[in-house]
Design a protein around this ligand. Structure first.
Ligand code: 0YR
Ligand code: MG
Length: 370
């Protein structure tokens, strides 16, 4: 099989109900800048990255896919994914301008499309190609009721609905307010609402400094918080290590890390407990798997960033033994032929061949940006 050509796309999809905020971002649309890889056997692979819908940045990603990687892909056998990945990630001129960031997001989208092709060529869903089992249950936890710009009443009623009506066994709420005592109040309110049989996670999206994270973080234990996510600046390995040493609540991070090497630094010094690689931030399924194996070697759980938008994570989670849980934010569901779906608090096992990334025919019409 050979890659014959590629097309890029940029989708901007409105987030649920109204604009949302965490401690760092205001978001009205989620974007998927991505690629369709065409082959001489009629199979098309779909892959994409994820951004907060910043059109100039989205265009840099698709331009990087098209102009920088495109010529390296044409004529290649897409099923030799790992070897192709090594060539692309170590391509000297691109290595020089970016071993993370835009070039890496572009590479992530390409790698996902390659795995999509490989699974479609084998006629199986990606989880099966990766050796997973349909007997495995991946629990979904919901973040879409816990935004920082929700007032207390909305926060509480949303979390109640997610647990009591929709059947989620876990919710995550955003923290990272200017006054951390507001967050402690909200954590307490939500814990009282959902009871002690439902998981509760908190996420500061990198906002706090170390003293604030220490002060807030040492209080989360009394509310049985499962993890404290991105407490301080994403790249600060030593800060996270000190925090992890000082508080009882486990730390989660990884959605902002690009490289296996970054994960190694955090993992080997004990600066992370829940490892959260994102296939669209590290360079695709190939590097995600490397990170997951590293986590496994340190007996750390892997809970990927965003299970629904990142359809692929459901497949990798079904196949990797370190995964039992996945985040659920239902923004991009209407774009896919087989969107990730929750039943009784767990994800339904996907059935269609491929990586779960195949777009519906109307997705580009409805959400495509030129
Ligand atoms: C909104 N999940 C996250 C969203 C989400 C962010 O900015 O992108 O909250 O990615 O932190 O854990
Ligand atoms: Mg997060």
């Amino acid at each position: 099989m050979k890659i014959t050509s590629l097309d890029t796309f940029i989708l901007h999809v409105p987030v649920t109900r109204r604009a949302i905020a965490d401690s760092t971002h205001q978001v009205t649309h989620w974007a998927a800048p991505g690629v369709m890889l065409h082959t001489d056997q009629g199979i098309t692979g779909f892959g994409y990255s994820g951004t907060h819908a910043h059109l100039p940045a989205d265009r840099l990603i698709t331009e990087c896919i098209r102009a920088c990687f495109g010529p390296l892909l044409t004529g290649q056998d897409p099923t030799q994914v790992r070897s192709l990945w090594s060539k692309l990630v170590h391509h000297p001129p691109l290595q020089w301008v970016g071993r993370g960031g835009i070039t890496h997001l572009a590479l992530g989208a390409i790698d996902i499309a390659l795995w999509d092709i490989k699974a479609k060529a084998a006629g199986v869903p990606l989880w099966r190609l990766l050796g997973g089992s349909d007997q495995k249950r991946i629990e979904g936890y919901n973040t879409d009721g816990g935004w920082l710009n929700w007032d207390d009443q909305t926060l509480v009623s949303d979390c109640r609905r997610l647990v009591e009506v929709e059947g989620f066994r876990g919710v995550k709420i955003k923290v990272g307010s200017a006054d951390y005592r507001r967050d402690l109040d909200r954590v307490e309110m939500v814990r009282k609402t959902i009871g002690f049989n439902t998981r509760l996670m908190v996420d500061a999206n990198g906002r706090w400094d170390l003293p604030t994270a220490l002060q807030a973080g040492s209080r989360f234990q009394q509310f049985d918080v499962t993890w404290f996510e991105e407490p301080i600046w994403y790249d600060d390995v030593e800060g996270h290590r000190r925090l992890a040493e000082s508080i009882a609540t486990p730390l989660a991070l990884g959605e902002q890390l690009y490289l296996l090497d970054h994960f190694r630094q955090f993992i080997t010094c004990g600066a992370v407990h829940y490892v959260q690689p994102d296939v669209t931030r590290v360079a695709g399924v190939t590097e995600w798997w490397q990170v997951a194996e590293l986590a496994l070697a340190h007996r750390l759980p892997v809970v990927s960033h965003i299970g629904d938008m990142m359809q692929v994570h459901l497949h990798t989670a079904l196949a990797h033994r370190s995964c039992t849980m996945l985040e659920y934010i239902p923004w991009l569901r209407s774009c896919f032929q087989e969107p990730a779906t929750i039943e009784d608090g767990c994800f339904i096992c996907p059935k269609l061949p491929g990586a779960g990334t195949t777009l519906r025919e109307d997705a580009i019409e409805r959400y495509g940006v030129r």
